[in-house]
Design a protein around this ligand. Sequence first.
Ligand SMILES: Nc1ncnc2c1ncn2[C@@H]1O[C@@H](CSCCNC[C@@H]2Cc3ccc([N+](=O)[O-])cc3CN2)[C@@H](O)[C@H]1O
Length: 266
Amino acid sequence: MNSVQAVAKSYQLFNPKAYLQNNYVPPRADFSSEQSVMCWKLRCLHEACAKGEIKGHTVLDIGSGPTIYQLLSVFENFDEVIMTDFLEVNREELRKWLKNEPDTFDWSPYFKHVCKLEGKGESWQNKEKHFRERVTRVIPSDIHQPCPLGKEFASGSVDCLVSSFCLEACSPDLEAFQKALENIVGLLNPLGHFLWIGALEESYYLAGEAKLTVVPVTEEMVKAALGKAKCVIREFRTYSMTPAMKVGVDDVSGIFFVWAQKRDNK
Ligand SMILES: Nc1ncnc2c1ncn2[C@@H]1O[C@@H](CSCCNC[C@@H]2Cc3ccc([N+](=O)[O-])cc3CN2)[C@@H](O)[C@H]1O
């Protein structure tokens, strides 16, 4: 078994509901405090999307996990949202929420917060309804494959790429991290936009019984990786984890937010 296969094996114990409880409820998702890491993430995504440049037909989310928050500011500028993950348990968690089935995670505080950020007076129920309508597919992905979504998705087939906390958490080392970045950027049209959120200097995280290994990356490593992947950085922001945000489920020290654009290949 090689190192990528070992990572895949470690994910067999991944528990989506435990993962959601670890990271997507207070204190990390405390909407009463602008200092919470989730308020920072949603602000970064909102401010980038509010500039009006990030739009097109298809937006693809790589390594969605069981979460949707990463798409709440970007989805309305696209006709089609494709969500993806390596694990069927995560894809099933997303499908159940999209079908409004019982016993799924309550994302309403997130919709309410994004509506507040946008200040258009839109009801959160309306935004939630639109989001459910816009997500057309929830499909498998593997960032370690040259074609992460399989042969159906040729290179240069999407207008915007989103990925949050995936690459560093599924790559055994920096070489695999770099190759995975190039694999997913290969899906992006030239000049396509990339909204990327990730963990800085994290070496592990918990998701129920699973303890997953993470390749620790620094701001400089992320910037260098984007350059090698032929992406131009439009915005690079970081958040340092405060003591209140350190809840014992990982050893992450900070979060990065990137808005990047794939270079034109002319
Ligand atoms: N080969 C693969 N291709 C695509 N996806 C794959 C592959 N392997 C696994 N996956 C898929 O990727 C995974 C994505 S979840 C990764 C979690 N990353 C670490 C965690 C996240 C987190 C969240 C929030 C905060 N915070 O402070 O607010 C901090 C942190 C830091 N810890 C998972 O869905 C798996 O199913």
